[in-house]
Design a protein around this ligand. Structure first.
Ligand code: NAD
Length: 323
């Protein structure tokens, strides 16, 4: 039986991935600097520890066949686009990747999955909200709009360099806005779908929610189940070049908010306020994943938003009852 290490198993995608790998029958060790915030993942072993520490990493990569590296210092626009956390984001995430690759390779790990991001794509291709360009081959000349994106790009190159020089296999996904239950929904690191679900759940019908920017910026959103399907297909494939894992259903943030209100059955006014935004437009380009894996995500975002809203509304009501 393959022995798998999931780094970032106390986080949103890592926690769901542990569950998926266990359901597939693997032996799984999880590691994270904190326990999972909502539901302990069903790992065979869960190590609480800091992946910036070489000694910790040396220990967790022992007797492991494959590593899924999802640990990162990250958050939504309110965390990565204000500029206030740039040094931490770059230092922490790069150190984790340097350690995991170096000590994993030395310990005999055969294959690494690395979670990169759509944030690596150049800002100059994402100025028009209706026509963003995010094909995998458009990553260079590089010009990400955040230090978070620059670190991801550096680490993609690091994984590819280890593959060329040290004979390990690497698989790299560029995720585009993954969302779902059991993800951060409050506290400053939450991303747009979770933040809007929370705001709508908290507002009384006929009330008002705040939104950063004019809401005309576009994105696409991928539900966690299809993200994991893509991750598993990519990991087991022979494809070493980075692939987008995202939805092609591009929508404005205004439309995202309207969809959440529709799901909640509430009519709310939207007050647009200044805030950190990121690029003007972004959408996954799924031509390459379709060509390479013969598969691409296809479920409508609304379906996943309904499940996510249900879970966040429950969290909101539990939190309100506690006060
Ligand atoms: P998350 O924040 O829920 O998970 C990341 C986990 O890494 C957290 O549990 C955190 O505690 C852990 N971590 C951070 N520093 C650590 C350290 N020093 N030692 C050990 N653990 C540490 O985020 P997520 O949404 O699950 O994202 C997982 C990965 O996917 C990240 O690498 C992220 O950059 C990437 N990604 C996510 C999205 C998305 O939309 N969620 C989009 C693009 C890329």
């Amino acid at each position: 039986m393959k022995r798998i290490l999931v780094c970032g198993a106390g986080g949103f995608i890592g926690g769901h991935l542990v569950t998926r790998l266990k359901n597939e029958g693997y032996w799984v060790r999880g590691v994270d600097i904190k326990p999972h915030d909502f539901a302990a993942p069903p790992a065979d072993e869960f190590v609480l520890g800091d992946l910036r520490e070489p000694e910790l990493v040396r220990g967790v990569v022992r007797e492991i066949d494959e590593v899924y590296q999802l640990a990162a210092d990250m958050g939504g626009a309110g965390y990565v686009f204000t500029g206030e956390h740039d040094a931490c984001v770059m230092h922490n995430s790069a150190t984790i990747n340097l350690n995991v690759l170096e000590f994993g390779t030395r310990a005999g790990v055969k294959r690494f999955f690395y979670s990169s991001s759509a944030c690596i794509y150049p800002e100059y291709n994402q100025l028009d909200p209706d026509n963003p360009k995010c094909s995998e081959d458009s990553a260079y000349p590089a010009a990400p709009d955040s230090e978070y994106g620059w670190e991801k790009l550096f680490s993609e190159r690091l994984y590819l360099a280890y593959m060329r020089n040290h004979g390990v296999q690497v698989r790299i996904a560029r995720f585009h806005n993954i969302f779902g239950p059991l993800g951060t929904w409050t506290g400053g690191r939450e991303k747009a779908p979770a933040a809007l679900c929370r705001k709508v759940a908290e507002a009384p019908d006929g009330g008002e929610i705040e939104m950063w920017g004019d809401g005309k910026q576009t994105r696409s959103f991928l539900y966690i189940d299809e993200c994991l399907e893509g991750v598993r297909r990519l990991m087991d494939s022979g494809i070493a070049r980075p692939l987008n894992i995202g939805s092609e259903e591009m929508m404005s943030i205004n439309h995202l908010a309207e969809t959440v209100m529709e799901i909640a059955g509430k009519k709310l006014a939207v007050r647009h306020i200044p805030g950190p935004l990121g690029v003007r437009g972004r959408n996954s380009d799924n031509r390459l994943i379709r060509q390479e894996l013969g598969w691409a995500p296809e479920r409508p975002a609304k379906e996943g938003l309904a499940k996510t809203y249900g879970w966040i509304a429950e969290q909101v009501s539990v939190a309100l009852n506690r006060v």
